[in-house]
Write a protein that binds this ligand. Structure first.
Ligand SMILES: Nc1ncnc2c1ncn2[C@@H]1O[C@H](COP(=O)(O)OP(=O)(O)OP(=O)(O)O)[C@@H](O)[C@H]1O
Length: 496
């Protein structure tokens, strides 16, 4: 009986083998153009706190990258570094631990990949060779399968033509396939936590050579959903102590309670890099709000999509069932639509993202699993059909548009019955992004709902490195709820 029970709970064996990524140079380096606001990134205030930060670089030349990396950066269409790259690259190169917060779509991925790859090349990383146990020098973790795959493809792009070999492991894909891929050599291992720990537990990955541990979407990786896995990872046999590795954390949001927790993983002299307002929304996204009841949302969405034509659109909903339901309705109404959520098979999730990327389905309905990190060209509109229950998730969701200096638009359906808790934080977010605040939303914010008092917009840039004391924490109200909210999301979703 025990065996049968085990079999039932383990579920069917996953046999999906994703198609290999293209080897064609043109598609490896395909990219979208940076937008009209790219140069405005330079006007964003930057604050680095902690002792002895190295000076920022102004150009990629100053990053002293080796020839092949330089070539790959240029083939990727990068001409000038973004602020998180200008400051982040020298910090990583100087061997410092880092907690970096910069707005969505502003190039955080290259800010950690380039200096890591550069260092591995400079130190002559061992060319990959076959071995049953691989000993990567860098481990990168992220919360969703699609995001870690995207980071892997970026790593593969920047490492093109070098001897550094990145590998990716994530759930929903045949383990045997990933073990075979790993055994061919691995310098940079990208993984979602569950599958990564599984590979370590099976003895396929050794940790003794780890020099870099990167947590992308670090606040999510350290909230209640993933924190135990992260502790397991750093406590795994062979993993160098925090004193003996470099730990790097990146996100667009960093609630204070999570910053406090993050300190356990970082050396005490870590640097905190804030580009703009910690937890702030991307100012290139025009945010509008429509007050609507639950029952009127459907018609509102149809009207909106009719008015935007074939603009590539992501529609966020609360539940997996709702995602399927809305996708079906939109298809019936002749909007080619697909969906991504945790109940879909991995091949369906990957196909959905592929169809959305290619434009075959210009509308993607997603649960919170699609909120973070995904970098899809030309997403013009994000619709919050259901608003999330925490402000950080809102910031990440609307950040799927307005990336890399391009402009974007987000329309959110605000249901007074369900969303009043969010009103204060929304007003703060809108004000800080210099956006118009609807008077009804301001009234809702003042009417006393929500976890704390109204947060008046600050006139000056406020760094929110926790170590600077209580005047920081612009979005403290959100941090109070973030853990709970994230837990709810984690319960609902098969994240990785
Ligand atoms: N210096 C640059 N010049 C031109 N394009 C860049 C530069 N840096 C990054 N990009 C491009 O900008 C896009 C967004 O970058 P990336 O995905 O790293 O953003 P992010 O800050 O990690 O966003 P998120 O918070 O949503 O995860 C990518 O397509 C990336 O290739």
């Amino acid at each position: 009986f025990g065996g049968a029970f085990l079999f039932l709970t383990a579920g069917p064996r996953v046999t999906y083998v994703p198609p290999p990524p293209s080897e064609d140079e043109e598609s490896i380096f395909s990219h979208y153009e940076s937008g009209v606001n790219f140069d405005k990134y330079d006007e964003i205030l930057v604050d680095v706190s902690g002792t002895n930060p190295p000076p920022a670089i102004m150009t990629f030349d100053e990053a002293a990258l080796c020839e092949s990396l330089k070539r790959n950066v240029s083939k990727s269409g990068y001409v000038k570094p973004t602020p998180v790259q200008k400051h982040g690259i020298p910090i990583v190169s100087a061997g410092r631990d880092l907690m970096a917060c910069a707005q969505t779509g502003s190039g955080k991925t290259a800010a950690f990949l380039l200096p890591i790859l550069q260092q591995l090349m400079a130190d002559g990383a061992a060319a990959s060779c076959f071995s049953e146990t691989q000993e990567p020098e860098a481990i990168i973790v992220a919360p969703t399968r699609e995001l870690i795959n995207q980071i892997y493809l970026e790593a593969r792009k920047f490492a093109y033509g070098t001897c550094v070999r990145p590998v990716v492991v994530y759930g929903g894909v045949s383990t045997g396939h990933q073990i075979r891929d790993l055994s061919r050599g691995c310098n940079v291992l990208c993984g979602t936590p569950g599958r990564l720990l599984d590979m370590i537990g099976r003895g396929k990955v050794g940790l003794t050579k780890v020099r870099y541990l990167v947590l992308d979407e670090a606040d999510r990786m350290l909230d209640m959903g993933f924190e135990p896995d992260m502790r397991r990872l750093v406590g795994s046999p062979g993993m160098p102590s925090k004193e003996n590795r470099q730990t790097l954390m990146f996100s667009a949001t960093f609630p204070e309670d999570i910053q406090r927790l993050a300190a356990d993983f970082l050396k005490t002299d870590y640097l905190f890099l804030a580009v703009g307002i910690v937890g702030g929304a991307c100012s290139d996204v025009e945010q509008t709000f429509v007050q609507v009841t639950k029952f009127a949302k459907r018609d509102q969405l149809l009207d909106l999509l009719k008015s935007t034509g074939s603009a590539r659109t992501m529609v966020f909903v609360e539940t997996k069932r709702q995602a399927d339901f809305i996708a079906v309705i939109l298809c019936q109404e002749k909007f080619p639509t697909t969906s991504i959520h945790g109940d879909r098979e991995q091949w369906q999730r990957e196909q959905a993202l592929g169809d959305f990327r290619s434009g075959k389905c210009p509308v993607l309905v997603a649960t919170s699993v699609g909120a973070r990190g995904l970098d899809i060209p030309d997403v013009q509109l994000v619709v919050n059909f259901d608003l999330p229950n925490n402000i950080d998730e809102y910031v990440h969701r609307i950040g799927r548009t307005g990336r890399c200096g391009n402009t974007g638009r987000a329309v959110s359906f605000y249901d007074p019955e369900a969303n009043s808790e969010l009103a204060q934080s929304l007003v703060t977010i809108l004000s800080k992004a210099q956006q118009e605040v609807p008077s009804w939303l301001e009234a809702a914010a003042f009417s006393g709902h929500g976890p704390s008092g109204f947060n008046p917009p600050r006139k000056h840039f406020a760094s929110t490195d926790l170590r600077k004391g209580p005047q920081g924490g612009l979005f403290q109200d959100s941090s109070v709820t973030s853990q709970l909210a994230a837990q709810t999301a984690a319960d609902d979703e098969e994240w990785e």
